[in-house]
Design a protein around this ligand. Sequence first.
Ligand SMILES: [Zn+2]
Length: 850
Amino acid sequence: MPGTNLTRDEAATRAGLLTVGSYLVELDLTTGEHTFASTTTIEFTCASPGASTFADLVGAEVHEITLNGRALDPATAYVDSRIALDDLAAANTLVVRADCTYSRSGEGLHRFVDPVDDRVYLYTQFEVPDARRVYTTFEQPDLKSVFTFRVTAPEDWKVVSNSPSPDPVHLGAGRARWDFAPTKPMSTYITAVVAGEYHEVQDVYVGAHGEIPLGHYCRQSLVEHLDVEELLTITRQGFEFFEEAFDFPYPFGKYDQLYVPEYNMGAMENAGCVTLRDEYLPRSRQDGAFYEFRASVVLHEMAHMWFGDLVTMRWWDDLWLNESFAEWACYHAAVENTAFTESWTGFTNARKVTGYRQDQMPSTHPIAADNHDLEAVEVNFDMITYAKGASVLKQLVAWVGLDPFLVGLRQYFRDHAYGSSEFADLLAALERSSGRELQGWAREWLQTAGVNTLTPASAVDAEGRYTSVTVQQSAVPEWPTLRRHRLGVGLYDEVDGRLELRRHLEIDVEGATTEVPELVGEPRPDLLLLNDHDLAYAKIRLDERSLATVVRGLATLDDSLARALCWGAAWDMVRDGELAATAYVDLVLGAIGSETDAFGGSVIPRFAATAANLYAAPDHRAGLVARWEQGVRRLLHEAAPGSDLQLTFARALAGAARSDDALDELEGLLAGTTGVPGLEVDTDLRWVLVTALAARGRLGEDRIAAEEARDATISGREHAAGARAALPTPEAKEAAWQQAFVDPETPNETQRSIVTSFFQHGQDDVLAPYVGRFLDVAGTAYERLGTQRASTALRFGFPTVLASPGLLADVDAWLATTQANANAVRYVTEGRSEVARALAARTADADAAR
Ligand SMILES: [Zn+2]
């Protein structure tokens, strides 16, 4: 039996058999702290009376199952997360009465008690297959239905779902019941219930198609941080843009956005009831990248209301399309209708790099993955799904043109509203609207994996004019596909100390070599930039002259997107062993101080820190780490008071500080005895400093406890757990290890905080035993910790900081014999590939120094 798995074939069979008329879901949230009562009544028809099927329900204590008035014995009918339903009639009524369990991992119905005030907050999180942890379902996206929720809860709570919240019926004894109206037709995975002592702010959007009530919700302890005006602005701008661009009124009536605690992802597109992680309501100063990213998340979820919720993939094979589209749409909307007009630069600097990274791992897969069952969906749900997919959609828009793209999209929404569809349906609509054949394009881009590299090659005459320019395309042997690219080419010259664009052209690249005859006779520029405007999804290389220009003068290139492409090219070259880590660190130190893109400013220093700590050759690593520390310190003191870069450099210095002098400065900032003009050392920055000092052994448990007492919030607890995990003592490591890698009860966000600060650079001795222990844990993590905790532990807890040939050998021995689940193998394989890359980069760095 499949346990909690479900295959695509099983789902297709069930979809062929059933039409689900309605769900009535009755939840009683007043029955205790660990479980809640869940009674589900499903009305459905069966195309072949007499046939059998099953309903889904996970981890429940089932009290009663009635099918068409006939009682089924739970002891025999409810096995292995399924309820067997035999001898179906043409029209059926299934009633299942059960107790389900509250979640502490963010999967299902999560229950959180705020340590500040003991108030209780619940929310559901169902994607991919977790509605069945809360009520009885036919858990697959194409069995859409209408849902009527009836929720009993303490009468002073707020209860929110996909339909507007009704006035509760008071039941006495402090209890009340919310009888929600039936929803529009939707999939189980986007239904939602959010309940608890939430703070509520209501407003309204008045648009071209009428009014949309807008609710914002958060915990009581975060009310002062709910910057509702800014959130309303981006929400209104989003509706204004999408209703017009999609030519379809918002389909789900009201729109609530609920900021919820201990949330695993960024947000979730429940229809009309979007949940977002409440770290998005910052209590301390954040940089511009934070706000720009938050805006992109708001827009991403809103785009899903049409693409995903109104028209839904038939099966998870098209999950990539769901996410890629929302990604593309959120950046497009941000640029077109918000203050974040350079969002595509941020996409290039911070998002697209994650797609390139994922695509070069051994675990990479075609964008359109073969998700034959739910376990495969889990394995294939990654930055290929989001970042590469969105990049390729951006290329598709360049390929067919924006207007034909939107025309096809509008027809697609009209044709499939409230129904299910497949990628082929969208492709057909785009072929009709654009007149371009797209099947071949789709095969090339969606059904193959891997990223191409585009390299310029040229010859010049005696006067320095091009006699030929070609674009060379290559692929790795494992994924040899060469693709067609719509590619921008930019020619930049040094003029009066600035890098200025002389000429931009767009060409079609195809095959191994593409001639660019348009450039013959053109004087060779100082910088020849392939992929100018970033239409293509490909790694680009700089020729020798261009690289020298970038190293000398990147800061003088005014176009932020062109700069992002140069930053990206340099980083790719480091990771591919073609540029020394030392040179990259020098490039960053020379140019980052004048970077204007918020994302560039926040992520590039992190890449440089990785270059110094992980990619530098062992012989001169200490020297480069010191140079990085001193450079960041200088940048911090030179940054404009109160600027985003100043905050970025303060955080970077915390990570970079190794010398007594620099650590003393961190101590002084924390104590308030030294200051940097314009830099406020607020709660979150204090935790950055405390964790850094903990990692260097400058403070211990007593001061972490004092800081935790000073910040007695859930964030404070999570940060304190992270700071303890960073301490360089065997005792602290052991305790942190038990919490994050062994104990299946540690709350999800606390576990994440520990995992991400456990492995610190410069702690090799105390960390040495944890390579073997990590591999031991990896063998059984999914079975012991569950999906969410296991993936956090294995994805973020790989001991990359200990990269060495010995580590590689240990991992290979493990991989050769493991029986671990596919996800565990995947994360270990990915960690291994990052280690191998680091070792190769070290060799390149050593060679460059010779
Ligand atoms: Zn999404």
